[in-house]
Write a protein that binds this ligand. Structure first.
Ligand code: FAD
Ligand code: 2HG
Ligand code: ZN
Length: 529
């Protein structure tokens, strides 16, 4: 058995001293001095088509919603300190920053409808915001747009224990939903490192992928219905709980992944799968990227029906995680690559046997050089913390450039080396040299889904570094017929690069869809199209 040959799971006493709950998203805030105040992204000019807020606007909002749900600065007639709005104006990366003077936190769909109707009539621009964990600058204002935060809409509307269909408000936090359905023998069909902060409405708007995608697929399949408020205040009630419904166009699909540009999601109906009774997780040390691929092929062959996740990360990611988390590697040495394999099924003996055989074969073939199999739930959580803790650890290392791409698996990691070489040639990076502007180049991701996260940690966000990646990364991806956004969306970051993944005809139709749903373009302006 693999566990008896190589298992290096930490002994119980070590586990207790370093125990840490599964990674949840702790917001990383860099001090301004480290940020570098030069924005290294293109900030479009403010459109003068949008009205500047006045005291009368504020008076209207105060009349339709409780005063504690309206946060306005003195500039628009309120009393809030700009600092109170800071968390709504700055994104998780602290890369994108807006200048909103008004945050509205409605409690009901009716209030969302009244807000949008008013904003549409008066041409007031609005940014819908969930947990503000988005990574493409989509969730924060660019200029003075009103922030429409869904955080006060967090009620579960219904749950059917037989079908596992959950209907809830858009502002429910993903982790809390996971706990709720978990107590009822189910799991959410998606899971991601930001689960402690992100909202289900934000997940839907971003069409988030995450670590359960390999098994449960995209939200386009799991979401059964949506309640959406359109720009003019119309409430589209499509909160279906039906699995099958072929009555014409499936409009809800348009809002999944629309990043707040077509409507505001206020309610979500989602199918939650049965919680698997047997879950196994193993972490492997792997010598080459080629072996990462061979291990994936074998994992699918030997454990196909129970394989629920296959993730990888490189040595630079592991270094950052070990530096910034209270975690120890479960392996006895360092490796160029690490793989996390998860199986989920209903028969523990069967799954143990299958995974054990796979791990033995991987070791015998030299595909994996070391490995550890989690022995209990806390070790499973710690292995996942290692993987899910990568973005946060890199953020603690420094401002991080992020590229989230789909590329055919055989060439998926090539771009990491390519980018490192480009940076070296430009004199911006030298591995181990802390005096250079770029500290770390690394790759990780959901390899089972062909999704790489290329992350580059720098001293600050600055143009001479950005210019190395953009448009180079997008050209590279397009030349392999990949996607410039596998799961994080377009937002502001990739708006000007959409053509690398979509044809002119498709972009033209996207614009027509935008015009149809939001003719005055008040919803999340400057983003996506
Ligand atoms: P926000 O960040 O607030 O918003 C995201 C977008 O949706 C914005 O354009 C916003 O305008 C819009 N929006 C938000 N709520 C609504 C609404 N109710 N109606 C209409 N539009 C709305 N993404 C993945 O796909 N996979 C991952 O594994 C993953 N891991 C992450 C790990 C970390 C540590 C972090 C910080 C982010 C990660 N993300 C991941 C990125 C991000 O997509 C998710 O965190 C999440 O889906 C965003 O949800 P949110 O509620 O924070 O939305
Ligand atoms: C993940 O898979 C997230 O951990 C975040 O999608 C990726 O930060 C990133 O680049
Ligand atoms: Zn991801």
């Amino acid at each position: 058995m693999f566990a008896s040959i190589r298992s290096r799971c930490l002994p119980a006493r070590q586990l207790a001293s370093t125990a840490r709950a599964a990674a949840s998203c702790a917001r990383t805030v860099f001090p301004a001095s480290r940020l570098g105040c030069r924005a290294s992204y293109h900030k479009p000019a403010r459109s003068e088509a949008f009205k500047r807020l006045t005291k009368d606007d504020l008076a209207y909002f105060k009349a339709i919603m409780p005063s504690e749900t309206v946060l306005a600065t003195a500039q628009v007639g309120g009393t809030a300190d700009a600092i109170e709005l800071e968390g709504f104006n700055a994104d998780w990366l602290n890369k994108y920053r807006g200048d909103s003077q008004l945050v509205l936190r409605p409690k009901t769909t009716e209030q969302v409808s009244q807000i949008l109707q008013y904003c549409n009539t008066h041409r007031i621009a609005v940014v819908p915001q969930g947990g503000n964990t988005g990574l493409v600058g989509g969730s924060v204002p660019v200029h003075d747009e009103v922030v429409l935060s869904l955080r006060n809409m967090s009620k579960i509307r219904s749950y059917d224990e037989l079908s596992g269909i959950l209907v809830c408000d858009a502002g429910c936090v993903l982790e809390e939903l996971g706990n709720y359905v978990g107590e009822r023998g189910h799991i959410m069909p998606l899971d991601l490192g930001a689960k402690g902060s992100c909202h289900i409405g934000g997940n839907v708007a971003a069409n988030a992928g995450g670590i359960r995608f390999l098994r449960y697929g995209s939200l386009h399949g799991s979401v059964l219905g949506l309640e959406v408020v359109l720009a003019d205040g119309t409430v589209l009630d499509n909160l279906s709980t039906l699995r099958k419904d072929n009555t014409g166009y499936d409009l809800k699909q348009l809002f999944i992944g629309s990043e707040g540009t077509l409507g505001v999601v206020t309610g979500v109906s989602v199918a939650t799968p049965q919680k698997p009774s047997a879950v196994n997780v193993a972490v492997l040390g792997v010598p080459t990227y080629e072996c990462v691929q061979r291990a994936f092929k074998l994992a699918r062959k030997r454990c196909g029906e129970v394989l629920s996740a296959y993730e990888f990360w490189d040595a630079n990611c592991m270094g950052a995680v070990l530096r910034h988390h209270e975690l120890k590697s479960p392996l006895g040495a360092e490796f160029p690559f690490y793989v996390l394999i998860e199986t989920s099924g209903s028969n523990k003996e069967h799954d143990d046997e299958k995974l054990g055989a796979l791990l033995e074969e991987l070791m015998e073939e030299g595909i994996a050089e070391d490995g550890a199999l989690a022995q209990d739930d806390s070790q499973i959580a710690r292995m996942w913390s290692m993987r899910e803790g990568i973005p946060e650890s890199l953020g603690k290392t420094g401002p991080t450039y992020k590229y989230d791409v789909s590329i055919p698996i055989p060439v998926l990691y090539d771009i990491v080396g390519d980018i490192a070489r480009r940076l070296e040639t430009a004199g911006l990076y030298k591995p181990g040299d802390a005096t250079r502007p770029v500290k770390l180049v690394c790759g990780y991701g959901h390899i089972g889904d062909g999704n790489l996260h290329l992350n580059v940690v720098a001293e600050r966000f600055e143009d001479r570094v950005t210019e190395i990646f953009e448009p180079y990364v997008y050209e590279w991806v397009a030349s392999h017929r990949g996607s410039i956004s596998a799961e994080h969306g377009v937002g502001l970051m990739k708006r000007d690069y959409l053509r690398y993944s979509k044809s002119p005809e498709m972009i033209a139709y996207m614009k027509r869809v935008k015009d149809l749903f939001d003719p005055n373009h008040i919803l999340n302006p400057y983003k996506v199209v």
